[in-house]
Ligand binder design. Structure first.
Ligand SMILES: Nc1ncnc2c1ncn2[C@@H]1O[C@H](COP(=O)(O)OP(=O)(O)OP(=O)(O)O)[C@@H](O)[C@H]1O
Length: 305
């Protein structure tokens, strides 16, 4: 049987009238990278804060690393790492000063601190930046420092809340390579994002929208489930065609990408290619491989209608 690092049943958080997280169920396997994909305000941060024990649920059961949360949250403190969306380190201190300070906060034994700090400096490519103040670093460099700090005490579970929102694509790729190194070494990672390319890298993904989990599976399985429902149209007159298609009940979404229009049909539609070709007589239509954006549109279609 696979071991679970996190289980949540019916996890809910209300803020007054608003239900920010609405009865979500989660099972996160140990050693895997689990993603929360959702737009702003979908409840990712609120869910993560409850799983860390920083926010009390309104309803629901949560167990993290075998401990009941929030009752046993204090015992979890040294077993988890948390990197928040907002940068939370001291920007007027250097990398080394931040690491030394946090090593004390985590209660690392005096004799181990230096060795462990040297290890993370090397692991995250920070040796040359050890004496630089954080305000004089790029977004990508700072995120590396934040990840080094979050893993300094060797947590077995890492919560990363939109860790790369201020980072360019190359640095995002490098950051993800570090996450895979950590995952291979046995660390469980729960990461929230609104980038499709990041979501696609996760072993498993929960798509959140308005506080609910709309889909929960591997990215590959989620995309495979849409096989045969996505058609691409090329040719002229795509703007007018899009408008016409968006009015149809069998079309979930129609989005232009360069000189193509990508059309997603709903589940019940049979032979979408033939249907579209009938509507787009002056254009060329062909079936396309579903991507995560299509999955996201399909998962949230009910809400938009
Ligand atoms: N302390 C709070 N008091 C009142 N409302 C809150 C509070 N925290 C979050 N919310 C609301 O709950 C909803 C979910 O917010 P949350 O921050 O969890 O979403 P998110 O998916 O993390 O979005 P973002 O990427 O913008 O942070 C939002 O409508 C937000 O305004």
């Amino acid at each position: 049987m696979t071991e679970l690092a996190i289980t949540a049943r019916g996890l809910t958080r209300r803020f007054g009238e608003l239900t920010a997280v609405d009865h979500i169920d989660l099972s996160v396997e140990k050693g895997r990278i689990f993603g929360f994909l959702g737009p702003n305000g979908s409840g990712k941060t609120t869910a993560i804060r409850m799983l860390c024990g920083l926010l009390t649920p309104s309803e629901g059961e949560v167990a993290v690393l075998g401990r009941s949360i929030p009752a046993e949250a204090e015992k979890l403190r040294l077993e988890i790492g948390y990197m928040t969306q907002k940068f939370s380190l001291y920007t007027d201190l250097t990398t080394l000063e931040n690491l030394r300070f946090m090593a004390r906060v985590y209660g690392l034994a005096h004799g181990q601190r230096r060795q462990r700090i040297d290890e993370v400096l090397q692991q995250f490519g920070l040796t040359e930046l050890r004496d630089r103040q954080l305000h004089a670093m790029s977004g990508g460099q700072r995120q590396r420092v934040a990840l080094a700090v979050a893993t300094l005490h060797r947590p077995t579970l890492l919560f990363l809340d939109e860790p790369t929102s201020a980072v360019d694509p190359q640095n995002r790729r490098d950051f993800w390579e570090k996450l895979f190194d950590l995952s291979e070494a046995g660390t469980t990672i729960l990461v929230s994002t609104h980038y499709m390319d990041e979501a696609e890298r996760c072993h498993r993904l929960a798509i959140l929208e308005r506080g609910k989990v709309r889909r929960d599976d591997s990215p590959q399985a989620l995309m495979a489930a849409l096989e045969g429902r996505v058609v691409e149209v090329s040719g002229s007159g795509l703007r007018a065609l899009r408008e016409q298609l968006m009015a149809r009940p069998d079309v979930v979404s129609a989005a232009q990408q360069g000189s193509r229009l990508r059309v997603l049909f709903d589940e019940e539609t049979t032979a979408p290619l033939d249907r579209l070709q009938a509507a787009a007589q002056h254009q060329t239509c062909q079936l396309a491989r579903p991507n995560l954006e299509d999955v996201f549109m399909a998962a949230t279609a009910g809400e938009r209608r």
